[in-house]
Design a protein around this ligand. Structure first.
Ligand SMILES: [Zn+2]
Length: 295
């Protein structure tokens, strides 16, 4: 009893530490990937973005080094942004949460890849207002692969699943269908919304990468997740915009004009998708019970 308990704790610690290491690598991806001419693997050592001095291994331990150095570079003493340890912490917590739900499985590795790509996309979009296809498109492909390798009822919904299983459809096909529908619905929903905005306001309201990002989210979470994810992302974005306006960080829009300060939508889509991944099933079940529908 004690032994299995201790082994569980050791495993959770290992997953957390691995997650931090992944986060440390993700910081490099976030910084280097969208900057032309910078390779992810070269130079091998990380460097301070301010003084360009390479960072020694003992100053590059996830979270811990940042705390010990009190958020400053050892050589130039310029502050190191708190989001470096934040990304490491997010990646560690995602690893631990997914591990506690799925154990060591295909689903764990694919979903972990999906969530850390969302984290990278969110921060890159926040910095540079772009969503790199090199991150998004391979992730979308992995989502389709996962729906075949590890079929999931959530992707197409219980009703379709039951009906089509009875008709003799193999699980992977029903799951793949839900995944593809999620991708198409995600893409066209945002594509359509941004088209309406363009016609109405005569300017672009959304980046080109956003519909493709929601397509990837749909491939992983299924078509039923698309509208909840759009709704959650919109509510989060509005909350942040209201906060930014009231704290005076962006100018208030004049009457009859939308704010001209561009706010990337990718981070909100990513956050909404991660929330839906963890809580979507519970919310869906609650909703079905609330409406008196058995799920
Ligand atoms: Zn420095």
């Amino acid at each position: 009893m004690f032994l299995t308990g201790a082994a569980d704790v050791a495993m959770c610690v290992a997953v957390f530490v691995l997650g931090m290491a992944v986060g440390s690598f993700l910081n490099v991806v976030i910084y280097r990937l969208p900057r032309d001419g910078m390779s992810i693997v070269r130079p091998l050592r990380s460097f301070c973005p301010n003084c360009l001095v390479p960072i020694a291994w003992y100053d590059n331990i996830p979270i811990l080094s940042w705390l010990l150095l009190r958020g400053r570079c050892r050589s130039c003493h310029k502050p190191i942004h708190f989001r470096y340890p934040l990304v490491e912490l997010i990646c560690a917590l995602l690893a631990l949460s997914l591990y506690s739900i799925y154990g060591i499985s295909f689903r764990l590795f694919f979903l972990y890849y999906f969530t850390i790509c969302l984290v990278a996309i969110a921060f890159i979009d926040l910095d540079l207002m772009v969503i790199p296809d090199q991150l998004n498109l391979p992730t979308m492909f992995l989502g389709l692969l996962l729906s075949i390798i590890s079929p999931d009822v959530q992707l197409s919904g219980f009703l379709l699943w039951d009906k089509w299983s009875l008709m003799g459809w193999p699980p992977y096909l029903i799951s793949l269908f839900g995944s593809i529908m999620g991708g198409l619905l995600g893409f066209f929903a945002l594509f359509f919304l941004s088209w309406i905005y363009l016609k109405w306001r005569k300017r672009k309201g959304m980046g080109d990468g956003d519909p493709l990002l929601l397509a990837t989210i749909g491939v992983f979470l299924g078509w039923r997740a698309i509208f909840p994810v759009i709704m959650i992302a919109t509510i989060l974005a509005l909350a942040v915009i209201v906060f930014l306006i009231f704290s005076g960080r962006i100018p208030q829009a004049r009457k009859g004009e939308g704010s001209l300060t561009p706010i990337p939508f990718g981070p909100f889509l990513s956050l909404a998708a991660i929330l839906w991944l963890f809580y979507g099933e519970a919310v869906t079940n609650w909703y079905y019970n609330f409406m008196g529908l058995a799920s």
